[in-house]
Design a protein around this ligand. Structure first.
Ligand code: PMV
Length: 321
């Protein structure tokens, strides 16, 4: 049986998307900027389902009943491939799933990459972006390595701002909990769009934050990037908190990590953080400070584990037949 496997990495947003412009097309209401990480990965294998006329999705060996993230990209791609195959899709993450670590982004990007190779369809980048977006609004950013801009004002075009070798920062992922989140990003951002009194301010500030982050990244200016990333992250969590019902992804462990980050910064280390739809804290830092940061966070907080990563590359097909 022919099977194709691809690997993609998660990405963490420095300027975030939280809120959709179009629910059916799963289109973000704003531009975003992210950093692709190495070390963490989704590996997805696909092959034709010969035993039944249905798609089957397995994540970490468990068959999923909810196929709502995978069927829309699959439909989009099958129009291009002109295939009406039913597929078996087996995806493995080497990190916790659905807990604010962007597993859907890397999962979908690895699926789209495997599909393209399996059917030999040589997609345009815009088709890869569209297919990924139908599965997860942040997944198109995992199609590229390094610092990535997804530009809402240019048909969500994704472009690389810098690659790893341009600015080889470290990323320390502080795992505060491995439990799946109670409210999915998809539900949470709809609640915020409909109810947060500051949702429009959040939309209005997006382009300013994108511009500031672009300057900071191009100048490789840690201080400027810290400033815009943390401002953007805290504003997104304010939007969540002011939603009705309020949405809270941070935990006590998250908050104690942030306090230690501030202490480390006061002691002269170059680092900043971001937090997504989960309690995990992602620290971006000068590699010279990684050891001291890991020691301090491990000693002073209740984090379960710290994953030490670098900046990652784009997805790739791996030959496992
Ligand atoms: O891609 P989604 O639909 O799971 O949403 C991602 C939302 C955030 O991670 C909180 C922000 C972002 O831009 O990645």
């Amino acid at each position: 049986m022919i099977q194709t496997t691809a690997i993609a990495h998660p990405n963490f947003a420095l300027v975030k998307y939280w809120g959709k412009k179009d629910i059916d097309q799963n289109m973000p209401a704003m531009s975003s900027i992210s950093l692709t990480v190495d070390s963490m990965q989704s590996k997805t294998k696909i092959y034709k389902n010969l035993s039944s006329k249905q798609h089957r999705l397995f994540i970490n060996g468990q068959e999923q009943q909810d196929l709502s993230k995978i069927v829309p990209p699959l439909k989009y791609l099958s129009k291009i491939s002109k295939s009406n195959d039913f597929l078996v899709i087996k995806s493995e993450n080497n990190f916790p799933t659905s807990s604010g670590l962007a597993s859907s982004a890397s999962g979908i990007a690895s699926f789209v990459t495997a599909y393209e190779a399996h059917y030999n369809i040589d997609l345009k980048m815009s088709d890869r972006v569209n297919a990924c977006m139908l599965g997860s609004g942040s997944a198109p950013r995992s199609l590229l390595g390094g610092f990535v801009l997804m530009d809402k004002n240019d048909s969500y075009r994704c472009s690389q701002i810098l690659k790893k070798s341009d600015w080889p920062l470290d990323i320390l992922i502080c795992i505060a909990s491995t439990k799946p989140k109670k409210i999915s990003s998809r539900e949470g951002m709809e609640i915020s769009r409909k109810t947060s009194p500051i949702y429009n301010d959040w939309l209005d500030i997006n382009q300013k934050h994108v511009n500031e982050a672009l300057v900071a990244i191009r100048e490789k200016n840690m201080l400027k990037l810290e400033n815009v990333t943390e401002k953007n992250c805290e504003l997104m969590h304010q939007v969540m908190k002011t939603s009705s019902p309020p949405i809270a992804y941070k935990s006590d462990v998250t908050i104690s990590c942030v306090a230690e980050i501030e202490n480390l910064r006061a002691a002269g280390h170059e680092l900043f953080y971001t937090i997504d739809a989960g309690p995990q804290v992602k620290i971006i830092c000068d590699p010279k400070s990684s050891k001291a940061i890991k020691e301090t966070i491990t000693e002073k907080t209740d984090v379960i584990e710290i994953v030490h990563a670098g900046i990652g590359g784009s997805p790739r097909v791996v030959n496992e037949n």
